[in-house]
Design a protein around this ligand. Structure first.
Ligand SMILES: [Mg+2]
Length: 166
């Protein structure tokens, strides 16, 4: 339940051929340290272009973030993405809402995020494919720093991989 199905460096490493091979038609996307650094209002470089590629490939996308509406709404609007704020991952309610909006079942969805105990645990419980990304920035919140130590234990030396080699 704590192991991601895949572990990659950047969300932009997710490609249409990979998603097609896995039967994935929609993405549930985390924001902080996945699409940009924590509380940064500006998407990380290449994110907008990657989102366009996904859209053109028919991949539906919804942001599910545990951060507040004040944080998530302007960011989602900037990227033209639907969103669920205060998602309370690893609880399932936020991901269920996202799946309903996508019109997809959990097996057709990949949950993407940088934290094992929220994104990955929630996605695995939900029955989705789980893709962990290496965090974009250093952690500044003490509680998250503490969770990073626990995550290293769970990952057991596991390193990010290139999906084209999968
Ligand atoms: Mg995050």
């Amino acid at each position: 339940m704590l192991q991601p199905d895949y572990y990659i460096n950047r969300v932009t490493g997710l490609t249409l051929p990979f998603l097609r091979r896995k039967g994935i038609r929609g993405l549930v996307l985390d924001v902080d340290n996945t699409l940009t650094t924590h509380d940064n209002p500006t998407p990380w470089p290449d994110i907008a272009a990657w989102l366009d590629t996904m859209r053109q490939g028919g991949i539906g996308m919804v942001i599910v973030s545990n951060n507040s509406d004040n944080r998530v709404r302007p960011f989602a609007e900037l990227l033209g993405l639907d969103y669920v704020a205060d998602g309370q991952k690893p609880r399932l309610a936020g991901m269920r809402r996202a799946a309903r909006r996508l019109g997809l079942s959990p097996a057709e969805i990949a949950v993407v995020g940088d934290q094992i105990f929220t994104d990955i645990l929630g996605g695995n419980r939900f029955g989705a494919l789980t893709v962990m990304v290496a965090p974009l920035g250093p952690e500044t919140v003490p509680f998250i720093k503490f969770k990073r130590v626990l995550e290293r234990g769970v990952l057991h030396g596991r390193q990010p991989q290139e999906l084209e080699e999968v």
